[in-house]
Write a protein of this length. Structure first.
Length: 201
């Protein structure tokens, strides 16, 4: 899919990453629609885009934490650009306008997680665990979610609190990579080749 001449609605476009994305999108020939809580800041971003590209980007005030604001913005978006191609929303929110979904989960079966942290003296440390992606309910919070169990076999009892305590004791960071298959053996070998500590739970 070519991005040129596509309409892209960007939430949080009044500042920071959202504003930068809107400007770059316009530079690449896209038509950004700006969404944010601060009308003045949105107008400034629209002005930058117009001075660089000649395109006057519509700006719509919208607070993603306010359902009434979302409803009003959705009506304005439909009136302004009914053929919306792309919607950019922070990952902590599901799509507030009901046009796209980012809910997903990893294929069921064996999985491995890999986290990066550091040792007391500041060296990089890997932290990994093998488990299972299982069918069942997942959280609907706008992020990729999977129902995981870190046990030798998928039907084994899972002492969640004990496992979390052992994981937390290693000083993990917030995010991990999640991949299909049991890959801890390969990860441990790679760590040895790179001279890194690797803890396998």
């Amino acid at each position: 899919m070519t991005l040129e001449n596509r309409t892209i609605a960007i939430t949080g476009a009044a500042r920071g990453l959202g504003a930068a994305l809107a400007i770059v999108a316009a530079d690449r020939g896209m038509f950004p629609l700006l969404l944010g809580r601060n009308a003045t800041a949105l107008a400034e971003v629209a002005g930058v885009i117009e001075s660089r590209t000649g395109y006057h980007a519509p700006a719509i005030v919208c607070d993603l934490a306010d359902s009434a604001s979302i409803a009003a913005a959705a009506d304005e978006i439909s009136a302004t650009c009914p053929a919306l191609d792309i919607l950019v929303v922070p990952s902590r929110y599901p799509d507030p306008f009901g046009r796209v979904s980012v809910e997903a989960q990893v294929r069921h079966g064996p999985v491995t997680i890999l986290g990066l942290t550091q040792t007391r003296d500041g060296r990089l440390k890997w932290l990994c665990a093998e488990g299972w992606s299982l069918p069942g309910e997942i959280l609907h919070i706008g992020n990729t979610n999977s129902r995981l169990r870190f046990t030798p076999q998928p039907d084994d009892a899972f002492a969640v609190a004990d496992w979390m305590n052992r994981w937390a004791a290693q000083g993990p960071t917030h995010h991990v990579a999640l991949g299909i298959g049991h890959q801890a053996g390969t990860i441990s070998k790679m760590a040895r080749l790179l001279g890194l500590e690797c803890v396998r739970l």
